[in-house]
Design a protein around this ligand. Structure first.
Ligand code: ADP
Ligand code: MG
Length: 566
């Protein structure tokens, strides 16, 4: 296809853009960060290579490595405000950053040549042989294939799932043991590194680099390519570069209308293809094609996982004198609860009595205004949520928080995030040790999928599940993290009668695995059926505590529930 020099040039550039776009997909597509700084990082990469080769006489190879490192480092710095700011402020910062980069490049004439830029960037060479245009094309292709492979390894691993979890619900990422700040930093550095490397190749292809090569809409271009190509799809950037770069260039006259095409594309896509071209194709295949997913149903016993959980002896969880105020509201006042190991402990109380707040304090999402939480004899008050998850506290949410983009099995598998020991590098390079560990954990996730009764939906997208099954999915996800204490927030809400029976059995099975359960529940029969102990909250205070029979017979409790006088 690449015979004429026009096409050779066109496809080589498309490869350079694809490289930067693939990296940007990790940041914007998978992690959902809207940045308008990506083009500026490409510019920095291009100028780094141009300056090092032309001014300092470096050869291309070390210069390209330097561009990659500088791109990663600069992008990492841009990330720092993103860790704190809301996404809209962050977008403004990236706009300011891009404007500043152009201004600095134009101003620092002694280094960058100002408006005229840097001329005569030499091509790469090996043993004195300078790369021709065709060899450049192949170099770009080889780099793209390598980066594609690395990204493919990453996005099909716990790293990619943690990116999606942060995008869809950073709370679920935290409660599965993900350090959100580290993961964010990784995505920025990775995206920046691909942009820096793309910049190095860009400089060589252009031979002359000037600030004008990087207008503001260059950054917008990458956003379009990723968002319209199909965010969080491996093929998205390829389809996006083809639709928004290659096609307009091939149709010559369309080039002038690029911004108009982007605008109309955005409008049309937001209505017709909310998941971009790649998402649309996948949906088409699901609807009309043979489902490529292997349907399997794993019916394994759970005995194999029994050994895996380290039960806690004595008191599993202790909440001591915990209070929490929100502004003037006392959501919890001096609450003390002691949950013996191996119990199913029910936390009962009317709406607004502080039950969810209690779970949020135990799992570290809220810091208590006073008091302490202990897991076994370890004090966990004030630990960050992902550390509490790693210490052995799993949880589900009143409103299930799942990764809709992933399959049911992958969602459950994600719960093993903090148990996976393979380094990011061994995952990115798909080393045998990393693959073995991943397979092992996937097998365990498959078993738990069977335990919660979702085997037949293993390969369906999680967001296609009805509400009741999402609750079961969340339980499976928490279990694969091997919690010692499992917190369930209204697990029975919205379940059918059949599902309710299943849940009851499931909780008894989980208890047999050695997990201590704390469940927030209104459902009196369910509590009576499975719980060994219960605490009743009312208005943030403990109203009664004891066995379920005791608390439901308590006069104060009856009165709080029925409004009957004591
Ligand atoms: P429950 O789960 O028992 O229905 P919650 O724990 O959700 O109750 O809420 C207890 C009280 O704390 C309510 O009055 C609620 O409005 C308040 N509350 C809970 N979370 C927050 C928050 N993040 N900010 C302000 N108020 C909150
Ligand atoms: Mg609640």
């Amino acid at each position: 296809m690449v015979t004429g020099s026009f096409y050779l040039f066109l496809f080589t550039f498309a490869g350079v853009y694809l490289l930067a776009a693939m990296g940007f997909n990790v940041l914007a597509g998978y992690m959902g960060i809207i940045s308008l700084a990506h083009g500026a990082v490409v510019a920095i990469g291009a100028f780094t290579t141009a300056i090092l080769t032309v001014t300092y006489g470096w050869s291309f190879w070390p210069a390209a490595v330097m561009s990659t490192l500088v791109g990663g480092a600069v992008s990492g710095l841009v990330a720092l405000p993103a860790l704190r700011l809301s996404s809209w402020y962050f977008v403004l910062i990236t706009i300011a950053f891009t404007t500043a980069v152009t201004a600095v490049i134009t101003d620092m004439k002694w280094l960058t040549g100002g408006f005229t830029g840097i001329l005569g960037v030499p091509p790469p060479s090996i043993a004195g042989h300078k790369f021709s245009g065709r060899e450049m094309f192949w170099l770009v292709m080889v780099i793209n294939i390598a980066v594609w492979w690395v990204i493919s390894n990453i996005v099909h691993s716990r790293i990619g799932w943690s990116l999606l979890a942060i995008r869809d619900s950073s709370i679920s990422a935290l409660s599965n043991g993900v350090s959100v700040s580290h993961t964010r930093l990784f995505a920025f550095v990775f995206a920046g590194a691909t942009a820096g490397l793309a910049g190095a190749l860009f400089a060589v292809l252009k031979i002359v680099v000037t600030p004008e090569d990087f207008p503001f809409h260059f950054s917008i271009f990458f956003l379009f390519v990723v968002v319209l190509g199909g965010p969080a799809y491996l093929w998205g950037p390829l389809l996006g570069v083809f639709a928004f770069y290659v096609l307009p260039e091939m149709l010559g006259s369309l080039r002038e209308y690029r911004m108009l095409i982007y605008g109309v594309g955005l409008l049309a896509f937001s209505i017709v293809l909310p998941e971009g071209i790649a998402g649309g194709l996948v949906a088409l295949r699901r609807r009309y094609g043979a489902s490529s997913a292997k349907k399997q149903s794993a019916q394994r016993t759970v005995s194999q996982i029994t050994h895996a959980i380290r039960p806690i002896e004595g008191v599993a969880l202790k909440v001591e004198d915990v209070s929490k105020t929100f502004g003037g509201v006392n959501a919890l006042s001096n609450v003390t609860i002691s949950v013996p190991a191996g119990h199913i402990h029910a936390v009962v109380g009317p709406n607004g009595s502080g039950k969810t707040t209690l779970l949020n304090i135990i799992s570290g999402l809220y810091e208590p205004s006073g008091g302490d939480v202990r897991l076994g004899d370890k004090r966990i008050t004030g630990l960050r949520p992902h550390m509490i998850a790693r210490a052995g506290v799993g949880r589900t949410f009143q409103t299930p928080k799942i990764i809709g983009h992933l399959s049911v099995l992958e969602n459950i598998r994600f719960g093993a995030y903090h148990r996976e020991k393979s380094s990011g590098l061994s995952i990115a390079l798909s080393l045998p040790s990393a693959r073995r560990e991943a397979e092992e954990l996937t097998r365990e996730a498959t078993e738990l999928l069977a335990l919660v009764g979702l085997s037949d939906r293993a390969y369906d997208r999680a967001d296609e599940l009805p509400h009741g099954q999402l609750r079961l999915l969340e339980i499976g996800r928490a279990l694969v993290g091997r919690p010692r204490v499992l917190l369930l927030d209204e697990p029975a809400a919205g379940l059918s009668l059949h599902e309710l029976e299943r849940l009851e059995e499931l909780m008894i099975e989980i208890r047999r695995l050695g997990v201590t359960l704390i469940m927030v529940e209104h459902h009196v029969e369910l509590v009576m059926g499975v719980a060994q102990s219960a605490t009743v909250l009312d208005g943030g205070k403990v109203l009664a505590a004891g066995t379920p029979e005791q608390v439901f017979a308590d006069k104060a409790v009856v009165s709080a529930y029925t409004g009957a006088p004591q």
